[in-house]
Ligand binder design. Sequence first.
Ligand code: HEM
Length: 419
Amino acid sequence: MDPHVSPEDYARIREQGRVARVSFVLGDKTGVAPESDIRDFLKQEHLFVSRYDDVVAALLDSRISSDPRTAMTPEQQKKLPQVPEEMRPIARSLLSLDPPDHTRLRKLIQPSFTPRAMEALRSRIQRIAEDLVDTAERAAAERGETGPERHMDLIAEFAYPLPVKVISDMLGIPPEDRDLVKAWTENLVRNNNGRGMMDPENRAKIREFTDYLRRLFALRRKQPADDMISQLLRIEEDGDTLNEEETLSTVFILYLAGHVTTVNLIGNGVFALLHHPDQLAKFKADPGLVKGLVEETLRYWGPVDFISRRIAKEDMELAGTHFSKGEPMMFGLASANRDPQRFSHPDEFDITRPDADKHVAFGKGIHICIGAPLARMEGQIAFETLFRRLPALRLAVPSDEVRWSNSFLRGFAKLPVLF
Ligand code: HEM
């Protein structure tokens, strides 16, 4: 199947049984090289858990590992896509660790993501959102455009810069380095020159980013600031609970996991609203519905369609199916979120749905998204600010011309709007 499977495809997969055998066929325009490990890996058949109850149970099952290095035999590991040296910090991040290392690392960064810590960021995020709207208005004025016929690409001018500014602030990237970091992280998250992770140019850019972070760590060791990097370095120095490689992995994963996902939450929510005028009218009449809008966007078009790196630690039964030790499995988050056994009329976009927040767009269990409170707040601020400041916001092209991007995450590379 194509990485961007339609709701109808997911419905067919769910009907096939609780666990389906699927393989991904990548089109030519995916930005993934024609001959690449990742393409070969995806072509292999995967066991795909598709229904809500089974996905939740699987994510809570301690017989399932996230770490191929411990859960797979050397022969099984050989079939996985090769990870270049430069990508090690990502390959060994929180996402790919099992307890006890996972528990230890997660406990160290958790305090930065409590709802209370998030509330402290609210006014800063609000400022960033207002500034981005100001900038889009100024750019339109400079082109001689006047409202309501002004243009912008909502992704490039609003949804993309917002989360990267927020995460750079949290980590404490100095303002003068922001453009450099932006270029590196774009490379990291978009990997968009079509040549894949093994490409020497991409690898060199990742190395530059890593070297930069190590230099910043050295600086913050000497001159700590009130930011997350200084906090992680303090933990590193206070005892043997965190080493420099782990600090590096953590910073990398925060950029990677916290960036395009949030871009897509904003882009997908705006498009969903503009595509459903009845819901847009409801939201405009009662902006207090913004929490429901965020949750329903996550359920209806969550940025992460599936989780693909889980491995059976032992021979086991799951969702009525036998899995052998070392066997990889996939969990369909998007499929679970449209399961009619869990959500009534699952293919309707309804921002007043009372149980929308029962979605699994952030996963479940020990790896549940640590950034969820941040993403929710960014989404709420983004939607509230956009529709308050730009009440004439609408699509600049027919909605069927808006296409999902070729990335593995569900979202739009461009969203042309008028305001
Ligand atoms: C709408 C936005 C987001 C979505 C849909 C999302 C989705 C997810 C999902 C599905 C997982 C679980 C992956 C798994 O079990 O393998 C996850 C984990 C994670 N997310 Fe998010 N995420 C979002 C935003 C963020 C943000 C803003 C941050 C931080 C700045 C973040 C940081 C992380 C980290 C560090 C993990 C790994 C947690 C662990 O392994 O214990 N995410 N995210």
